[in-house]
Design a protein around this ligand. Structure first.
Ligand code: PSU
Ligand code: MN
Length: 331
């Protein structure tokens, strides 16, 4: 165990040094916020957060309020939040309050995943980063833990459309632990889990069972390959993956607290309608997920949005506890 700990610390330190070198360059496209670099320099825990959820996942002003609440929850757990976003062609790791306001309100904020990064950088554009782009930025910043609501996955009928989120391949190639409430049933959860296995992604449910959660509901009918019961176990899992040098990520699936689970059947029905409407209207590519999220929220009179906010709060708490435990194990 000691050797494992030393190795993990070594890997992490090397990542941080690489990152600081990248960050310090004058022409660097990644900008680390002073509060984040200070926490990193003092070996304090940092939690990365995404921003597509702000620009495309929720309507204003819920998006801004939730983003600020999530940052406050991270701080209350003793970690530093690093919300990632692209502003004027630079990838920011950690956003000021004004920058968050700007992203949340601007109608021109783009949805930025891995494939969009070169374009938005070259044109000096702004946008919210998806799970895949946020993982890239977190990795560059040497931040091993990243919290979000839900990740993208294999869409229903994905075996024909090949609409498979870049989040899944990113998890296969970037060593970041993503804390989420599983995968929404707007997606094909079974195929998503199969794809993650192919990509070599360690999928673990956080809690007492191996049930893989379906975002709005603690159960999807599928199971994770593993489970961890508390922050320390989760941190050990992350440390082991880093020590092994696998270069792939971990998906930590935190079930929505039972008291916030949205009424399953109503949401399931709304999802069916939304998926059919997306198809009928010819919605494609990056527009599919935001279209469905918005439709489901409207069809459930905002119930899905309330559940969404509650589970993100919970993920932020759990993810921060994991980041703190990992930091303790490393130092
Ligand atoms: N799922 C949600 N809310 C979201 C997203 C997914 O419940 O806001 C966002 C995340 O940023 C995720 C992205 O990375 O959508 C995936 O988009 P796509 O399906 O186009 O890959
Ligand atoms: Mn897609």
């Amino acid at each position: 165990m000691r050797i494992l700990k030393q190795l993990s610390a070594l890997v992490l330190r090397r990542e941080i040094t690489t990152c600081q070198r990248t960050m310090c360059k004058k022409d660097c496209l990644f900008r680390i916020h002073p509060s984040v670099s200070q926490a990193m320099a003092e070996n304090k825990p940092v939690v990365a957060l995404e921003s597509t959820i702000i620009t495309h996942g929720m309507p204003y002003p819920h998006n801004l309020r939730t983003a600020k609440e999530v940052e406050a929850i991270v701080r209350a757990q003793g970690a530093t939040p690093a919300t990632v976003g692209v502003i004027g062609g630079e990838v920011h790791v950690g956003l000021s309050s004004e920058e968050l306001d700007h992203l949340a309100q601007s109608k021109s904020s783009l949805k930025v995943s891995r494939r969009d990064l070169p374009y938005v950088i070259s044109k000096g554009l702004s946008g919210g980063t998806t799970v895949s782009a946020t993982m890239i930025a977190a990795h560059r910043g040497g931040i091993p833990v990243f919290v979000t609501g839900g990740i993208g996955g294999v869409h229903r009928d994905g075996e024909n459309s090949l609409d498979i989120s870049a989040d899944l391949t990113e998890l296969g190639r970037t060593p970041i632990a993503v804390v989420s409430a599983g995968v929404k049933s707007i997606l094909d959860i079974g195929r998503t889990l199969e794809f993650l296995e192919t990509q070599g992604v360690c999928v673990a449910t956080y809690g007492q069972s191996k049930n893989f959660p379906a975002f709005f509901s603690p159960q999807s009918g599928f199971r994770s390959a593993c489970h961890v019961s508390n922050p320390e176990e989760a941190a050990k899992l992350i440390a082991s993956s880093l020590s092994l040098g696998l270069q792939s990520g971990i998906l930590l699936a935190v079930p929505i607290p039972e008291e916030h689970a949205a009424s399953g059947q109503q949401i399931e029905d709304a999802i069916k309608v939304a998926v059919a409407e997306a198809r009928a209207e010819g919605v494609m590519g990056k527009d599919v997920t935001p279209f469905i999220l918005q439709k489901v929220s409207a069809l459930t009179q905002g119930k899905s949005l309330q559940a969404n906010i509650a589970l993100i709060h919970n993920n932020a708490k759990v993810g921060s506890q994991i980041a703190c435990a990992l930091s303790k194990q490393m130092n």
